[in-house]
Design a protein around this ligand. Structure first.
Ligand code: DX5
Ligand code: ZN
Length: 226
């Protein structure tokens, strides 16, 4: 049977020139990005602030077709579901840590017409996903503490990715933080298939080459192992 898993690269524009959000985003898509990973921070769940649904909605007006994932690093993810759906977001990825009733939030995201991503901070044990995995389209394993681009990849997180891949062979598993040409092999070997990369892509002279080589590495591990 053909494997359902596909490698996808979703750059984060966090460390690029946000006054040029549309141009930067379109440039990444023109360079082969499969989706856009939009980092939303509220200054409370994480010690940093970025943007919210009004900006995402403006970006959607200019970019009609791309898959938008919002990575909600916010204390009350349930608060922004309708707004993000209205802004044209395709996948709403939220952190489980501040949420009391994760299945309820999953259901609300689905009802709003978006895919569900559940995100885990580095200190959160991977086993917590067991209770709501049947409602999630994707699990995001953070490979840095959420809040800032340009941090160092936390290699031990690969154990979580490998555990997920073993237990859920066809699940979309995303990694985010410090992922680039020097860390992509570890992610691919552990079983990640959705790759967020910020600095390594936007800081490169040749983003297209970085994106395509990371995609090739992930795809070849999928073919070999999964
Ligand atoms: C961190 C964000 C990441 C980050 C990725 O809080 O969720 O998406 O911006 O950037 P790099 O690849 O530079 O770590
Ligand atoms: Zn992110």
């Amino acid at each position: 049977m053909a494997n359902k898993l596909v490698a996808k690269i979703g750059p984060s524009i966090l460390n690029s020139d946000l006054s040029q959000l549309y141009e930067e985003s379109q440039n990444l898509l023109d360079n082969g990005a499969d989706y856009l990973h939009l980092d939303v921070m509220d200054g409370h769940f994480v010690p940093n602030l970025t943007f919210g649904h009004p900006i995402v909605k403006c970006l959607r007006r200019k970019i009609k077709d791309a898959f938008f994932e919002t990575h909600m690093m916010v204390s009350k993810p349930e608060q922004w579901i309708e707004n993000m759906a209205d802004a044209g977001v395709n996948q709403y990825t939220f952190h489980v840590e501040p949420v009391e009733d994760v299945p309820l939030v999953c259901r609300k995201v689905q009802e709003a017409g978006m895919k569900v991503g559940v995100a885990l901070k580095p200190g959160t044990p991977v086993e917590v996903v067991v209770d709501y995995i049947n409602m999630a389209d994707m699990v995001l394993v953070m490979t840095v503490e959420p809040g800032f681009g340009g941090q160092k990849f936390i290699e031990p997180m690969m154990k979580k990715v490998a555990w997920l891949r073993t237990n859920y062979p066809s699940l979309d598993i995303e990694v985010d933080g410090g992922v680039g040409p020097s860390t992509i092999h570890a992610c691919a070997q552990a079983g990640a298939n959705m790759i967020v990369s910020g600095t390594a892509v936007t800081g490169s002279d040749n983003p297209g080459k970085v994106i395509s080589s990371m995609k090739d590495i992930v795809n070849s591990e999928i073919i070999k192992n999964f």
